[in-house]
Design a protein around this ligand. Sequence first.
Ligand code: MN
Length: 238
Amino acid sequence: MAILFISDLHLHPSRPASIERFIDFLETHAREAQALYILGDLFESWIGDDDPEPSYTQIRTGLERCVRAGTPVYIMHGNRDFLLGATFAAETGCTLIADPTRLDLFGTPTLLMHGDSLCTDDAEYQSLRIRLRDPAWQQQALALPVSDRLELASEARELSTLSNQSKDAAIMDVNTEEVLRVMRQYDVNLLIHGHTHRQAIHTLTEQGFSATRIDLGDWFQTASVLVVDERGWRTETL
Ligand code: MN
């Protein structure tokens, strides 16, 4: 059986078709898999597990049914849905995993990441990331009423779009030195991540160290799934 990796679905009530496609995926492909890993940004934004949005209830149910049918689902935080919490995990049966997570993938030590922490050329974003991941800031944010949090999230999305428009595309890609540093630190030759929305398989070689970096695609136009089994990996497009 295969292990599936997806990321950057950016599910949002304004795009009901992608929510339907994800729920369909959970009822078909995911059911036949040994495990499903969602490496961040499953949601376009997440203001807390108490968001009453009805389409999120539909997604929670889909995840819960998939886990109950026998496919463990592992979810990593992305830069959009880093507030996914213990209540969401308990309600769906999904397991929240750390960024990075080291995994033995059919005998290959593999590092799983969302990917935003690898974009070290984007100094402005990295300092914002430190602020948003601070537990004290998160506790304060989650204490606000849902309506305030929704407003803050929509402002943050607008600001992020504006700021990214002014940035050179290369700045928002991963930094190769940082990739190699993290891979050496965790002693792996395979890295799977998302975030950049630039689906590709990169081979890296440096001073006798050879490594593969798989950048997962997003679920905007087409949905891409990385399928890994005993024989190797392949990318499927839904
Ligand atoms: Mn991301």
